[in-house]
Ligand binder design. Structure first.
Ligand code: KIV
Ligand code: ZN
Length: 500
């Protein structure tokens, strides 16, 4: 069986999606989750693009021990220098350079002739190679390139030392048949192709990223580039969990398997959604709420007789426990700890103490607490962003349909209590205006606000997500409470703490 390598680019291409930029500590947490998932390569960022990106690639390279860590670089010396500086301390570093090969990109973006592109590929691959032996070359917009020219570009890169040659469908234009034909063509027509791993990187503009990646695997590609939950530029990239579960479920069809620890999939997906303040669409393959729900009577009957009548993968195989347990205020710490472990979360002693405290607070307000509540509580650990941060101490709001809403909010900052009052257009607006008077934050606006109920019932936890815009950056704040005004204030304060 072939081993199909999984190259995760959640922290690079995923982060390029609008509103998906992440803080260093969030990136480190995701990198650790990717390591537990056992991906082969973590693309940690684009080192030259900003100081923040450089620092996060460097920190991830120094933290991760069991995966290759890559940085992206244009085919330009200063990009490659920065990428090298950022990944050089990794146990297994990789430089990932790219240059476009399609007529439209060469003419309008690069303003280079075919010959110039070929010599640039040779020169920059050699330049990257003099730093690190593991060099990946990507022919940007490969799937709209002339196949003979692409073959020349790929063989040039391999001759210059590339160990991986990546064939991106940069704009999500290809069909599965074209993808398969292109990989087959390159395997036949690039004389030195056996000296490198063939990789694919498919975007999802026409909803075909996973299908195209799998078609490439069938045709002989040995590395797939993908992102958790399919996040990425525009409509995103191929979803890691879908690619992995498709290959693992149909090993014989693909003649290969991945090394992914599939029971880590669910929790990694949750972590990425939580970090970005997003939710899986309910019908999302593999990780959506309905992915394993059988509603129709005929289906339920079949599954009860034999699970495989309607279920091709088990919930446990992606880390979803099969039974649901309910807890309440009499539940002990040990039982909660065991349940968290079943859900795939191992907490340190201190983390467990803090978690149990928030569990008890919730149990005072909510009669029955289930897995969704536990996971929501876990996703709302106190934000680890600043030494000193604002915390909600107390608030009062007065609101109605015939009075002007008003709010008094008291925050704690560095042992100091600060209280302000404001009126507003509704209780949330009044509270946010009061918070804004307290915090010493640069000019910003709340661009988006959403509220969602974690479980059913009147006493359900409400989860609020706000997006705060400051300059060209967007910060996501999340708040959780059985009181939606409290959840709203906490979400705003958490976003402000991140911004600060
Ligand atoms: O989509 C793309 O072509 C890319 C390359 C830089 C690999 O992200
Ligand atoms: Zn891409």
């Amino acid at each position: 069986m072939r081993e199909i390598k999984i190259f995760d680019t959640t922290l690079r291409d995923g982060e390029q999606a609008p509103g998906c930029s992440m803080h260093l500590k969030e990136k480190l947490e995701i990198a650790l989750a990717l390591e537990r998932l056992n991906v082969d390569v973590i693309e940690a960022g684009f080192a030259i693009s900003s100081k923040g990106d450089f620092d996060s690639v460097k920190s991830i390279a120094e933290l991760i021990k069991n995966c290759t860590v890559a940085s992206l670089a244009r085919s330009v010396k200063k990009d490659i220098d920065a990428a090298y500086e950022a990944v050089k301390n990794a146990v297994s570093p990789r430089l990932h350079i790219f240059l476009a090969t399609s007529p439209i990109h060469m003419q309008y973006k690069l303003k280079m002739s075919e010959d110039e592109v070929i010599s640039k590929i040779e020169e920059m691959t050699k330049y990257a190679k003099h730093y690190i032996s593991d060099v990946e070359f990507s022919a940007e917009d490969a799937m709209r390139s002339d196949s003979a020219f692409l073959a020349k570009a790929v063989s040039t890169a391999i001759r210059a030392g590339a160990t991986v040659v990546n064939i991106p469908d940069t704009v999500g234009y290809a069909s599965p048949r074209e993808m398969s034909e292109m990989i087959t063509y390159l395997r036949k027509n690039v004389e030195n192709i056996d000296r490198a791993t063939i990789s694919v990187h498919c975007h999802n503009d026409l909803g075909l990223a996973v299908a195209n990646s799998l078609a490439a695997v069938e045709a002989g590609a040995d590395q797939v580039e993908c992102t958790v939950n399919g996040l990425g530029e525009r409509a995103g990239n191929a979803a890691l969990e879908e690619v992995v579960m498709a290959i693992n479920t149909r090993k014989n069809l693909y003649g290969g398997a991945t090394r992914i620890e599939t029971p880590e999939i669910y929790r990694t997906s949750k972590l990425v959604y939580n970090t970005l303040g997003l939710y899986a669409p309910i019908n999302k393959a593999i990780v959506g709420t309905n992915a394993f729900a059988h509603e129709a009577g005929i289906h339920q009957h079949g599954v009860l007789q034999n699970r495989e009548t309607y279920e091709i993968i088990s919930p446990q195989s992606i880390g979803l426990p099969s039974n649901n347990m309910v807890f309440g205020k009499h539940s002990g710490k040990h039982a909660i700890e065991e349940r968290l472990a079943d859900l795939g979360h191992t907490l340190t002693k201190e983390e467990m103490e803090a978690f149990f405290e928030s569990f008890k607070n919730l149990a005072d307000k909510k009669k029955s607490i289930n897995d969704a509540d536990l996971e929501a509580l876990l996703g709302h650990k106190i934000s680890p962003f600043a030494e000193k941060e604002y915390k909600l101490d107390r608030f009062t709001v007065n609101s109605g349909n015939y009075v002007t809403s008003s709010a008094v909010v008291r925050l704690k900052y560095d042992e100091q209590l600060i209280e302000k009052v404001s009126i507003g257009d509704g209780p949330v607006d009044a509270a946010y205006r009061a918070v804004k008077k307290i915090v010493k934050a640069p000019e910003h606006s709340v661009d988006d606000y959403s509220i969602h109920s974690v479980t059913e019932g009147n006493d359900a936890l409400g989860e609020v997500i706000v997006r705060i815009k400051c300059g060209d950056k967007v910060y996501t704040g999340r708040g959780l409470s059985t009181d939606v005004i409290e959840a709203s204030i906490i979400a705003y304060i958490n976003g402000i703490n991140k911004l600060l």
